[in-house]
Design a protein around this ligand. Structure first.
Ligand SMILES: Cc1cc2nc3c(=O)[nH]c(=O)nc-3n(C[C@H](O)[C@H](O)[C@H](O)COP(=O)(O)OP(=O)(O)OC[C@H]3O[C@@H](n4cnc5c(N)ncnc54)[C@H](O)[C@@H]3O)c2cc1C
Length: 380
């Protein structure tokens, strides 16, 4: 038996769930097909950073709008569902410079965003840094801050979108293996080990596997699957409220509400996408710990209690691919978020749903069209 809907979403990470939720709010019948379980991958294992700071210029409008949605998540999903997501904004994300060249770069970046009419990034000197964070090394010179930024619990936020999508009528099928995707009479037919599903529109939200799903309809997307690691420490006896990132140094960390430090910053791990997993490397974790103690020498005896890693799809320009395929009719790609897609999910889902319903690509997502990559061609 073939099961029909208006739209099939492939992938139940936060992007698939956000798209499905907003499509269901537009009274569309939506089915999600997930090869593992909801939120098993990047969406639940990421650092939870809600960062507008230092976004690529074309991403700024989408990111600023998404930040407003995070701030109002209780109105969008309902306060009961939104509460466990622990959205914390207005604590700031700070990019700290430890080299004079990094400080110069921060200044030119702030000038550039001001020139474009944005005023959310601000240069801060060492004196201001000391007011915001204790225990910094004497190497830290100052930096750049987006004061409204913050963080959320990634796993809980993803589950909040799942519950909201289900409540809105989205049907979610987990552990479904897609065999092939065919087209007949204006319908996409997704053949799986659990039978066939059909819909006139498909949205590819398959994260680090985005290029694989694209290939099944003849699209070649330049997505590379990479893995990134994270570490978490024991509870520490001091408070750091802002999220801290390096400018040229691979560092990103924040303190959780229970006092542990969650450390990331693009530390590579070994990707094993065919096994749906990845593995952290000791060598790279040590490198990351050294970067941390360069910024905070007093952290050298903080105990690391756990490490983990997750898979993510990276594009050549490190911006996501969002939009309809140029060749496969009514087949949308929403993937390749290049390690900063968690923050973008609330607004992206809303804009993608609106674009599909209106049959017109929304301005805010237009810069991320799949067609910007000349190497996208039909797979013969
Ligand atoms: C360690 C780490 C830290 C990060 N930190 C941050 C951060 O602080 N802030 C931020 O904004 N972003 C961060 N990111 C990036 C962010 O997590 C991702 O950009 C975002 O979660 C992508 O969501 P997604 O729904 O596209 O992908 P995913 O969550 O990976 O979901 C894709 C889903 O598609 C499914 N799928 C794939 N192929 C198929 C198929 N053939 N059939 C059915 N289902 C399929 C997968 O099983 C998966 O569940 C980080 C990423 C990592 C890995």
């Amino acid at each position: 038996m073939t099961r029909s809907s208006d739209i099939i979403v492939i992938g139940a990470g936060i992007h698939g769930l956000s798209c499905a939720f907003h499509l269901a709010c537009e009274k569309r019948a939506v089915t999600i097909l997930e090869k593992d379980v909801v939120g098993q991958h990047a969406s639940s294992v990421n650092a939870g950073g809600l960062r507008t700071l230092l976004r690529d210029i074309p991403e700024i409008p989408l990111s600023l709008e998404s930040q407003k949605r995070w701030e109002n998540l209780d109105q969008i999903l309902g306060s009961k569902l939104a509460k466990p997501a622990k959205v914390t904004t207005n604590v700031g994300q700070i990019g700290i410079a430890v080299e004079a060249s990094e400080m110069e770069w921060c200044k030119s970046r702030a000038n550039e965003t001001k020139r474009l009419g944005y005023d959310y990034e601000e240069i801060i000197d060492r004196k201001e840094l000391d007011k915001l964070i204790d225990n910094l090394s004497s190497e830290c010179l100052g930096g750049i801050i987006a004061r409204k930024d913050g963080h959320a619990s990634p796993a809980n936020a993803t589950q909040a979108y799942r519950s909201a999508a289900s409540a809105a009528g989205v049907r979610i099928h987990e552990r479904v293996v897609i065999d092939r995707i065919t087209r007949k009479d204006q319908q996409w037919i997704v053949h799986t080990d659990d039978g066939a599903f059909e819909a006139p529109v498909v949205v590819n939200c398959s994260g680090a596997w985005g290029h694989k799903v694209a290939e099944s309809v003849g699209d070649r997307l330049p997505i590379e699957c990479q893995a990134l690691s994270m570490m978490v420490t024991k509870r520490v006896g001091f408070n750091i409220t802002p999220v801290v990132i390096g400018i040229d140094q691979p560092l990103s960390f924040k303190q959780t509400d229970i006092g542990t430090l969650v450390i990331g910053g693009g530390i590579p791990a070994k990707p094993e996408p065919d096994l749906s997993t990845s593995k952290p490397y000791a060598e790279r974790l040590i490198e990351s710990a050294k970067t941390l103690t360069r910024f905070f020498p007093s952290f050298s005896d903080v105990q690391i209690v756990r490490t983990w890693s997750g898979l993510e799809g990276f594009t050549p320009d490190r911006m996501p691919i969002i939009g309809p395929s140029t060749d496969a009719e009514n087949f949308w790609h929403v993937c390749g978020f290049s390690a900063h897609g968690f923050q973008l999910a609330p607004e992206t889902g809303f804009r993608v749903a609106r674009s599909i319903v209106n049959n017109q690509v929304d301005n805010l997502i237009a810069p991320f069209t799949p067609s910007r990559f000349q190497i996208i061609k039909k797979v013969s």
